[in-house]
Write a protein that binds this ligand. Structure first.
Ligand SMILES: Cc1ncc(COP(=O)(O)O)c(C=O)c1O
Length: 427
């Protein structure tokens, strides 16, 4: 049994007040909160190391920085059961990792990419651009209204021209997951590679890339207790060896020859992961990412995260559905598949929908005990909203993580109820 109230005490932001009220942080699908051990490790880098890694400088603080960064890389590899730490490439975020795959593969005329209508813009636009730039065909398989992918429809879209299948592990709108192992199996049968957008998946479930058969996996530490603006591209080693890098420069080469006679520059590139990590890196972030992995796997445990997430998610849906006029964007419980504790919705009060900014304002300023920090808009998943006939700006989203409580959900639902009754009385 995890003592969740003790875990909550690890997060300094939960002890602060906003507008004179306690904070109920309901926006973890965007950025999670950070626990003290992660913050302290980042601070420790700046106060005790403050040097570069990547075998640039060779003084002792640089050597220690490099060792700490490589230890963090090895932790990430173990966390997702990668076969080798060299399969872990530091990126800015999930978006950059997905773009790296899209731009790095060597495309041939007639090649096709398959995605789904559930994807975040970061999992769609890289292929829209490939289509614009190179004529790579981009086919979007439609998920159903409730966010589930029909595997038969997916397989019908497959043929031998598909080079890449790019799917989200879990949706940041519906909270639904896609059947990754089946998708990988089907894609591989057709000779295609699979890249998984793990932005919402890796923070919530134990992941085993080898067991799932995932070729590339992208995820961001800012959604899993780690530093802002740091993510990872995992790729099978032989695939990373063949992948072109997105940017080139210092740290990526063994040598750069120059012939003054003919003016020719000849770079000799390193192998992965160094060939992708041009320029100085976010060493504080990388070391902090290692601390986030320690925190999630040792202090909390990923099985516990997944269980807690299920419990919070079920309670959230059950309570939200009690609100008269609330329309959930995604499946109500019970569902046959795993989902994360995310719920997007819109609320009707009388003859109109409550505007998202009215909801947001109420939840921060007019509540009684807590300031509820949630998200409104299209959540960078406009195609899915359009596919279910909802204007993206009309969607509100609650996204929870293991540090949230059932009581926060109850208080939120009470406030939502007050808000609906207020606007109904005015309509
Ligand atoms: C499903 C999904 N994919 C990709 C992203 C992009 O992540 P990042 O901004 O860290 O690149 C997000 C961000 O919310 C997301 O929810």
């Amino acid at each position: 049994m995890v003592a969740w109230d003790r875990i909550r005490r690890d997060f300094p932001l939960l002890n602060r007040r906003l507008n004179g009220k306690r904070i109920a942080y309901f926006d973890s699908a965007c950025q999670s909160l950070r626990p003290k051990p992660v913050i302290e490790r980042i601070l420790q880098y700046y106060t005790t190391l403050s040097s570069c890694g990547g075998h640039r400088s060779s003084h002792s603080l640089a050597v220690k920085t490099e060792e700490a960064c490589e230890a963090a890389r090895a932790k990430v590899a173990r966390f997702i059961n990668a076969a080798d730490p060299s399969e872990i490439v530091w990126c800015l975020n999930t978006t950059m990792a997905l773009n790296l795959v899209a731009q790095g593969l060597k495309w041939a005329p007639g090649d096709k990419v398959i995605t789904t209508s559930l994807e975040h813009h970061s999992g769609l636009l890289p292929y829209w651009r490939l289509q614009e730039q190179l004529g790579v065909r981009h086919h979007i398989v439609r998920v159903d209204r409730e966010g589930w992918l029909d595997l038969r429809e997916f397989e019908e879209a497959m043929d031998r021209s598909v080079r890449l299948v790019s799917v989200t592990g879990a949706s940041n709108v519906t909270g639904t997951t896609l059947p990754l192992r089946d998708i990988c199996e089907i894609a591989h049968d057709y000779g295609s590679l699979v890249v998984v957008d793990g932005a919402q998946y890796v923070p919530h479930f134990p992941v085993d890339v080898q067991k799932e058969g995932i070729d590339f996996l992208a995820f961001s530490f800012h959604k899993m207790c780690g530093p802002s603006g740091l993510g990872v591209l995992y790729g099978r080693l032989h695939l990373l060896e063949e992948l072109d890098s997105l940017i080139v420069g210092g740290g990526t080469t063994i040598d750069v020859e120059w012939s003054p006679n003919d003016g020719h520059v000849t770079p000799l590139f390193k192998g992965p992961p160094a060939k992708f990590e041009a320029g100085l890196q976010d060493y504080a972030g990388i070391i902090g990412a290692g601390a986030a992995i320690d925190y999630l796997s040792e202090r909390v445990g990923m099985e516990n995260v997944a269980t807690r997430d299920g419990e919070l998610g079920r309670h959230l849906l059950q309570r939200l559905l009690e609100i008269d006029g609330l329309e959930l964007i995604g499946p109500p419980e019970p569902t046959p598949h795993r989902r994360i504790a995310v719920a997007a919705f819109r609320v009707r009060a009388g003859d109109r929908y409550i505007a998202p900014y009215e909801l947001l304002e109420w939840m921060e300023k007019r509540t009684q005990t807590h300031c509820f920090l949630l998200r409104i808009g299209g959540h960078c998943a406009h195609p899915y909203h359009y596919s279910v006939g909802i204007d993206p700006p009309l969607s509100a989203r609650v996204s929870l993580y293991f540090y949230n409580t059932l009581n926060e959900i109850d208080l939120f639902v009470e406030e939502l109820d007050r808000l609906v009754r207020f606007y109904r009385s005015k309509s």
